[in-house]
Design a protein around this ligand. Structure first.
Ligand code: SF4
Length: 439
């Protein structure tokens, strides 16, 4: 007798697929509508929990509404980045590291990708506005503290004359060392998860910037590297002249150690080596003197000798700019060499976090121990088989509320059943999400 064929759980029927698409569309519309809502700065102004931090990510959920279901790429993570520190975000491919960084930059691919819950508190600077919502300029003062006056210029740079033929005198706006006109600024903390895109433009590229993974695909092949740096100069200083922007591009190239910057500024990306292209990416990220630099696997596309140079450069610029860095990598060697703090992610969640010494000297979570064991050392014999964690990362669609590492864990015991483990604080800076450490 013919038996009814069992349904393959990995294949969706047309009906199921349509139902998912319909519900996704409704969800995406809801989030997109909320983004377009007119809000006042009070709506996204917040306070840091600890004034020593520059960034606090709390209970962040970033989902992708795909035709196969909702993919929970980042599923409730909480971590902070202290001022002047380098925090490493580690984990294997697909664990949510890059989606976390894109969420911080508000660059998640919408409408499918949405930050659905949580907050991203960032301590930034913003313009003080007058009653007419206009920026308040700071005027230059002479040695006696009196305002300096100069000729008023029209849009073409010509001196404006009054009806008697005399030049019209106006207060001269003060400029920074980089030639940027100065306005009254205030220290403020914004919740990036709530910020409208228009407001985010004021801090992205200026106070937060990003170094992308693959410079060859991140740089535009049809423009010179100088042009691409100048674009950011105009973003930071819309009043910059062509000459000023070009000089700034040369200065930035020389700051990241590119030889003959006056020549290289006119090169196209394909004329540069991988290491030089990555230096150009770092130069672009540094134009605005950012407070936070997110480096998303900045050395993955480079060979080992160049990797070390780029890591040293990132460390140097972090010290020079007094910035904080979130370094995303799957390479524990890079973390050990560069970072102050480490956050270990697995399947969209954090499994362990602590200082670099705590994570390397006393790893607690079986996953952290696994990735450390998977790293070859000088003692690893030439013929020895390299260790790899058995099994695969769970499917981020329909993720269960339980320990997500349990199918791959060699330390699994009866205490591991039940809901996702709570955060267990081992020291003021070290915590782990594992049932084994429950008291
Ligand atoms: S909770 Fe249990 S299964 Fe999960 S990582 Fe800890 S020991 Fe392994």
């Amino acid at each position: 007798m013919k038996t009814k064929k069992e349904k393959n759980p990995y294949i969706l029927s047309l009906k199921e697929s349509r139902a998912i698409q319909k519900s996704n569309l409704a969800e995406m519309k809801k989030f997109e509508k909320a983004k377009r809502k007119k809000v006042t700065p009070d709506y996204f102004t917040t306070q840091l929990k600890d004034e020593n931090n520059i960034l606090e990510v709390e209970n962040l959920h970033t989902y992708f509404f795909t035709d196969s279901g909702v993919s929970k790429a980042v599923n409730g993570i909480t971590f902070s980045v202290p001022k002047n520190a380098i925090v490493g975000l580690v984990g294997e491919s697909g664990c949510g590291k890059s989606v976390t960084s894109l969420s911080i930059m508000q660059l998640v691919q919408a409408p499918q990708g949405q930050v659905v819950e949580g907050s991203i508190r960032f301590a930034t600077r913003d313009f003080v506005l007058d009653g007419k919502n206009k920026r308040i300029p700071i005027y230059a003062k002479d040695e006696n503290g009196d305002t300096v006056y100069g000729n008023k210029l029209d849009k073409k740079g010509n001196v404006v004359l009054d009806k008697d033929g005399n030049p019209v005198q106006v207060p001269v706006q003060a400029r920074s060392e980089d030639g940027i006109p100065l306005y009254e600024m205030k220290e403020v903390t914004y919740d990036i998860a709530k910020m409208p895109t228009e407001d985010m433009h004021r801090i992205r590229g200026k106070d937060i910037s990003m170094i992308f993974q693959e410079p060859m695909t991140s740089l535009n092949p049809v423009f010179t590297v100088g042009y691409q740096i100048e674009e950011v100069v105009y973003l930071i200083n819309p009043t910059a002249t062509k000459k000023e922007a070009h000089e700034k591009a040369i200065e930035m190239l020389s700051r990241v150690g590119i030889p003959m910057p006056e020549t290289i500024v006119n090169y196209y990306p394909h004329q540069l080596s991988g290491g030089m292209r990555q230096r150009v990416m770092i130069a672009i990220a540094l134009v605005g003197n950012p407070r936070l630099i997110i480096a998303d696997e900045p050395t993955t596309a480079l060979d080992v000798t160049i990797q070390s140079q780029i890591l040293h450069l990132i460390k140097d610029v972090q010290k020079q700019c007094k910035a904080s860095v979130v370094l995303i990598t799957h390479d524990l060697g890079v973390v050990a060499e560069t970072c102050d703090y480490v956050v270990v992610m697995y399947a969209g969640k954090i499994v362990e976090k602590g200082t670099v010494f705590e994570i390397f000297d006393n790893p607690l979570h079986p996953y952290t121990k696994g990735i450390q064991k998977a790293k070859p050392t000088f003692d690893t014999g030439v013929d020895a088989e390299l260790y790899s964690i058995p099994g695969v990362v769970p499917n981020p669609i329909n993720i269960p509320n339980e320990c997500l590492f349990k199918d791959r864990c060699g330390e699994r015991c009866s205490c591991c059943e039940g809901e996702y483990p709570e955060e267990i604080q081992v020291s003021p800076t070290h915590s782990v999400f594992c049932h084994k450490y429950k008291k």
